[in-house]
Write a protein that binds this ligand. Structure first.
Ligand SMILES: C[S@@+](CC[C@H](N)C(=O)[O-])C[C@H]1O[C@@H](n2cnc3c(N)ncnc32)[C@H](O)[C@@H]1O
Length: 209
């Protein structure tokens, strides 16, 4: 692993060691927009859904309760995966947990839905964004959906103490490629536990080629 990547992994391992899942800036009691957009894809409960950089988000737990059977969560941090698993308890064995860097992982399965809240925006180097694009092109089925949430142009310039790239729906689409149709966009003013406002855009794309 390159030094930069190792430092990144260390950053996330430290965060999940130091803070409870309800203390991190991106904590959400209920991932309302993510669930709404997944619902809007119209995929059935047998469809494959992967949460990229899922951390300790409650999304996979809510999806389990809704009856989705083919769930995966990928995260660079082992600590986050251990915490997320123990949060869910026994039912966590129904989820495929993958400890990996999304930009270098070789996906063995193809998914109907790729969900990413607050991961892509940490990729500040063009070469990493290109690797991310290669990853989802490998991993998302034709006519599959990508739901990507990033800081908007009105959001702070850092998240978790790291610099981020902020997007509008248009600049996000430009970065992800012209084989995607932007189907819908939602916005959210996320309030961190320490009461800092972070404006997010949630974009749903369909991969048409
Ligand atoms: C800001 S948190 C968001 C967590 C979760 N998506 C949520 O909405 O609660 C970013 C997450 O992405 C993970 N992450 C950061 N870079 C990553 C990478 N290159 N590959 C996979 N996961 C990554 C971190 O470990 C962390 O869990």
């Amino acid at each position: 692993m390159r030094l930069f990547k190792r430092n990144q992994k260390d950053h996330w391992e430290r965060v999940y060691q130091k803070y409870a899942s309800t203390e991190v800036g991106w904590y959400q009691a209920y991932p309302e927009r993510s669930l709404k957009l997944i619902n809007n894809t119209g995929v059935g409960i047998d469809s494959r859904i992967i949460d990229i950089g899922g951390g300790t988000s409650k999304l996979s737990e809510h999806l389990l309760h809704k009856g989705y059977k083919e769930l995966a969560v990928l995260d660079i941090s082992k600590n986050s995966i251990e915490k997320a698993r123990s949060q869910i308890g026994e039912q966590s064995s129904k989820i495929n947990w993958i400890e990996a860097d999304v930009t270098t992982y070789r996906f063995r399965k193809q998914y109907d839905v790729w969900h990413d809240r607050a991961v892509f925006h940490f990729l500040t180097k063009g070469e990493d964004r290109k690797r991310y694009v290669n990853s989802f092109n490998q991993a998302v089925k034709l006519n599959g959906n990508l739901i990507i949430a990033t800081f908007s142009l009105d959001a702070p310039s850092k998240c978790s103490g790291l610099p981020v790239v902020r997007y509008s729906p248009g600049t996000l689409q430009d970065e992800l490629g012209d084989n995607l149709n932007l189907v819908e966009t939602l916005v959210e003013d996320h309030m961190t536990p320490s009461r800092v406002k972070q404006n997010f855009i949630f974009c749903r794309f369909v991969k048409f080629q």
